[in-house]
Design a binder for this molecule. Structure first.
Ligand code: ZN
Length: 147
């Protein structure tokens, strides 16, 4: 089983990302132009067609770029374009491991330890009745006296 993402997929990933950035700039430029042309002479205002072209063109680039980037990340079979479950599993493997690693990182960050032994709970004994209470409790669960 291949454990590495192929060069073509990396290229597709970055190509898609580039398209998305380009699309984002194109999309934003349609609005920036409008903002900058406020107060200008009417003749210098960009045509609606050019604006619409940039807004829709930018949006299309964003979508296409996103799809290509997804294919690069998951592979053709992995993203469901080629129906081949076995290949999909292979192609998704590095991607899922990456996602799993990120989840693990997030859990580490939150100080959660999945599958590990539960952390030792410190209990304190009630001075009045002797009932064991959780460390941070202020009052006894049994008799209600302050601890
Ligand atoms: Zn008590």
């Amino acid at each position: 089983m291949t454990r590495h993402i192929s060069g073509e997929r990396k290229t597709a990933y970055y190509f898609g990302m580039g398209l998305m950035i380009l699309g984002g700039i194109l999309f934003a430029s349609a609005f920036v132009t409008v903002a900058m042309s406020v107060g200008d002479l009417p003749s210098s205002q960009p045509s609606i067609e050019s604006m619409a072209f940039r807004a829709f063109g930018g949006m299309a680039l964003l979508i296409v770029g996103g799809i290509i980037r997804g294919i690069g990340a998951r592979g053709l079979a992995g993203s469901g374009i080629v129906l081949d479950p076995e290949k999909a599993r292979q192609e998704l493997e590095p991607y899922l491991r990456m996602a799993g690693g990120m989840v693990k990182d997030a859990l580490d960050e939150a100080n959660v330890n999945p599958g590990g032994r539960p952390q030792k709970v410190v209990m304190i004994k009630c001075p009045t009745c002797g009932k064991l209470n959780e460390e941070d409790s202020k009052f006894c669960q049994e008799c209600g006296k302050e601890i």
